[in-house]
Design a protein around this ligand. Structure first.
Ligand code: ZN
Ligand code: ZN
Length: 153
């Protein structure tokens, strides 16, 4: 179990293990954080304390796309060889492979507020897929916070 997040103090990218009780300290600004003792259901974000979290597929970024691009390139080659059945086999096989991969990977749990990503947790009914309306609410909140910081109305 681990969490990937941005330091609440300076925004530096960071990650911490959540299995063992240990305090985290930012390598950039020395900001300390108590990230240990998570409840296995992960009802609240360990970084910012927010209770609204969503789940998304823990799919490696760009991997599915890379496979698809490769398959398209490959199918172009076979198409030029007039091997139409092979072309279709590659395209359909790739789509199926992507689908299986998608089913095999687990869920990552993500905090709406601070965008911390939790890996290795089991999603519960508390964790629903990302909802645009909630995401928008937090986006507005973030904008307001940034405006406060810069002192503009
Ligand atoms: Zn920091
Ligand atoms: Zn959070």
């Amino acid at each position: 179990m681990k969490v990937v997040f941005a330091c609440p103090q300076c925004g530096a990218p960071a990650q911490a293990r959540l299995d063992s009780p240990s305090d985290w300290q930012c390598a950039a600004c020395r900001h300390p954080l108590h990230v240990h003792a998570p409840d296995p259901a992960l009802a609240t974000c360990r970084i910012c304390g927010n209770h609204e979290l969503y789940k998304k597929k823990d799919f490696p970024h760009g991997l599915g796309m890379a496979i698809l691009v490769l398959a398209c390139a490959l199918s172009l080659v076979t198409y030029n060889w007039y091997e139409k059945w092979l072309t279709w086999a590659i395209l359909i096989g790739t789509a199926a492979f992507d689908g299986v991969l998608y089913l095999l990977v687990g869920d990552a749990i993500v905090c709406y507020r601070c965008n911390a990503h939790y890996h290795g947790f089991q999603a519960t009914t508390e964790h629903q897929p990302h909802e645009l309306t909630i995401g928008e609410r937090y986006r507005q909140e973030r904008l307001r916070r940034e405006q406060l910081k810069t002192g503009r109305p």
